[in-house]
Ligand binder design. Structure first.
Ligand code: ADP
Length: 449
């Protein structure tokens, strides 16, 4: 069955990204949108558009019945969920398939397994991925927790099985505080996720966040597309990502990439996925797998030349992977800056009217954004309004080009994080590639002090 019309169950830059890949394949698109997004670029460019509800995401972009009806009314034959919203909702994937629509995503059972952190860790371990030392599954009692913590050594981290966005997570410095912090983590998890299952992990002091992009055809073939370094984070939110990582050698990429690709092949994984690791002192430790396209996927596209959305659509359509592992070359360096509508110092959101807009251009400069002059950024959704992705033959060249591109970007009427990126790109620690997941927050504290 050939896909001929894709409904894009998302908004903003990622909806545009999917629209572009689809049109380059000769496939029509259907945009869905809330009443707040009637004038959005993804709605303007799509071949068909359906309003699916009021501004609140739960009534529109998370409204399963409205999205399925929109697909039926417009005779779409496939649904791409983008990232966020319904992208990692196994039930939604099943509903899509039950309506004889093609789900452009992983098998629902894999989305479900990887969505539960305890299950994900067990699965990753069984597939041969290196884990953070910790409890074997959930901790059942405080005695159990004490025993595990003594074995792995303090500090330890209590994590919620259903966790996300860093909630239900507590660092425990010593045994004295274990009992109270475990019960705090449990009650936080119960309130946030309705599930108070927790597990223990060794707390790594100063790791980097390094993730591998993988792709499977669902029939036992899988490849990796190298790593991305996403260590620059604020409150667990990525701010800037780069590929390749300044600390991973070609040999190490091949070795670890080989391990993750084999794991995905053994699992029978279908579509795009990201395996996230913490990395410290030369060792990788699996933390979670994301069963979707990531915000930062363009840096991988820049250094491999593989269009990841096109690949997702092909695989959903039953075609084989378009590249074999030995055809993939990692060339040059790419960096992505996430540009948010927010105050660059206080991080307070800054929605509103964009009075003028000019996107950077030139060689190896890519801007993924739905912005235009006269667009009103709605206050209801994520504050990311653009991604600036720059490629260079070397990391140094890439940074110089990125600085030049940031000078050219004009977004007026709202505050943006552009000045933050400009400052970051002049920091000696960033220039030397010497930063961990703690670095950005410590740097921000120093800027204030
Ligand atoms: P979530 O789904 O809540 O984002 P993750 O497991 O991805 O949870 O962890 C979020 C962040 O917490 C990581 O990016 C890292 O910064 C930190 N973290 C997670 N596990 C550990 C660990 N064992 N040691 C130190 N930091 C950790």
């Amino acid at each position: 069955m050939a896909i001929s019309r894709i409904l894009i169950a998302n908004r903003g830059e990622i909806a545009l990204r999917i629209h572009r890949a689809a049109h380059e394949m000769g496939i029509e698109t259907v945009a869905v949108h809330s009443t707040a997004d009637a004038d959005a670029m993804h709605v303007r460019l799509a071949d068909h558009a359906v309003c699916i509800g009021p501004p609140a995401a739960k009534d529109s972009y998370l409204n399963v019945a409205a999205i399925i009806s929109a697909a039926e009314i417009t005779q779409a034959d496939a649904i791409h969920p983008g990232y966020g919203f319904l992208s990692e909702n196994a039930k939604f994937a099943e509903i899509v398939e039950a309506h004889d629509l093609i789900w452009i995503g992983p098998k629902p059972e894999h989305i479900r397994t990887m969505g539960d952190k305890v299950e994900a860790k067990r699965t990753a371990g069984a597939l041969g991925l290196p884990l953070v030392p910790g409890s074997d599954g959930a901790v059942e009692s405080i005695e159990d927790a004490k025993k595990v913590a003594a074995e792995i050594g303090y500090p330890v981290l209590v994590k919620a099985a259903s966790g996300g966005g860093g909630r239900g997570m507590k660092v425990v410095p010593d045994e004295e505080q274990l009992e109270s912090l475990v019960s705090q983590a449990k009650s936080e998890a119960r309130n946030a996720f309705g599930d108070d299952t927790v597990y223990l992990e060794k707390y790594l002091g100063n790791p980097r966040h390094i993730e591998f992009q993988v792709f499977g055809d669902g029939n036992g073939e899988a490849i990796h597309l190298g790593e991305r370094d996403c260590s620059l984070q604020r409150r667990h939110q990525k701010v800037l990502e780069e590929a390749t990582s300044p600390v991973i050698s070609d040999t190490e990429r091949d070795r670890m990439g080989g391990i993750v690709a084999k794991a995905m092949a053994d699992m029978g994984y279908r579509g795009a996925g990201t395996i996230e690791f913490l990395w410290e002192d030369g060792e990788f430790y699996f933390i979670e797998m994301n069963t979707r396209l990531q915000v930062e996927h363009p840096v991988t596209e820049a250094i491999t030349g593989v269009d990841l959305v096109r690949e997702q659509i092909r695989i959903a359509d039953g075609k084989p992977l378009s590249v074999k592992q030995d055809e993939i070359r990692f060339t040059g360096h790419a960096i992505e800056c996430r540009i948010n509508a927010e105050d660059p110092e206080t991080f307070a959101p800054s929605p509103g009217l964009v009075t003028s807009y000019h996107a950077a251009g030139g060689m190896h400069v890519r801007v993924d954004s739905g912005l235009y002059a006269g667009y009103r950024i709605p206050p209801y959704y994520d504050s990311m309004i653009a991604k600036l992705i720059v490629y260079g033959r070397t990391r140094e060249g890439c940074i110089m080009r990125l600085r030049r591109a940031l000078e050219e970007m004009v977004i007026e009427g709202v505050k943006t994080s552009i000045p933050l990126h400009q400052k970051l790109l002049r920091e000696p620690d960033f220039l030397s590639g010497d930063y961990s997941i703690k670095w950005l927050e410590e740097w921000l504290d120093r800027q204030k002090g």
